[in-house]
Ligand binder design. Structure first.
Ligand code: SF4
Ligand code: SF4
Length: 201
């Protein structure tokens, strides 16, 4: 078996400090590598690096690999890991922070446009107050995967016929209030060290 050799020159020793400087991020230094987070993560079978491993990689300074990992993008933000972490590490929030850093630095997962899907999802929610599956899929698939969209159009039509995917977006009633909340949240986001174009992701 070929050894996976890492050289010190490839590491970023300041990466741990960078993540620890996030609000409540200091707790990351207390990770005991128990694996609780990975054990209860519902999407763990789909992750190239489990949450436990991501934290080990952050501590090791493998910044480039962590930011290129699909793990934060596949994370469904269920917060199960955060609730059960014995070290009280805000795991889900750190996943968001990693996505923002990946976008800001252009260090994105290769062969994946998960970041584009995430941005379209966020834009849709900011606009309507809730997601609109049909609009999201149309925008994402038409621009990025038009052939796959044509192949799956039959499935989409069947879902529409059964009322599982409405044609028109259902908007919340008080969108002005919601927009102010989003703007306020974004102003907090801008205060986060290292955050720039990540927006509400
Ligand atoms: S549950 Fe918490 S302490 Fe345990 S490996 Fe995950 S992050 Fe580390
Ligand atoms: S918040 Fe993300 S990483 Fe944590 S258990 Fe849920 S899906 Fe897994």
């Amino acid at each position: 078996m070929e050894a996976d050799v890492r050289y010190e020159a490839d590491l970023d020793p300041g990466f741990l400090d960078e993540i620890a400087s996030l609000p409540e991020g200091e707790r990351i230094r207390h990770c005991i590598q128990c694996g609780n987070c990975s054990g209860m993560c519902p999407v763990a079978p789909m992750l190239e690096h489990s949450p436990r491993r991501i934290f080990a990689m952050i501590r090791a300074g493998l910044k480039d690999e962590v930011l290129r990992s699909l793990t934060p993008w596949v994370c469904s933000s269920c917060y199960r890991c955060t609730v059960k972490c014995p070290a009280d590490i805000k795991i889900t929030d750190i996943m968001y922070a990693l996505k923002r850093r990946a976008i800001a630095s252009g260090t994105l997962p290769e062969d994946s446009d998960a970041h584009r899907f995430a941005r379209l999802f966020t834009e849709g929610v900011c606009k309507n107050g809730r997601t609109h599956e049909m609009g999201l899929l149309m925008r994402y698939m038409a621009f990025h995967h038009p052939i796959a969209m044509m192949k799956q159009s039959g499935l989409g039509m069947r879902m529409m016929a059964k009322g599982r995917m409405p044609l028109f977006a259902h908007k919340i009633s008080d969108r002005d209030h919601f927009r102010k909340m989003v703007e306020k949240a974004l102003s907090f986001d801008e205060m986060e060290p290292g955050s720039s174009e990540g927006g509400a992701l």
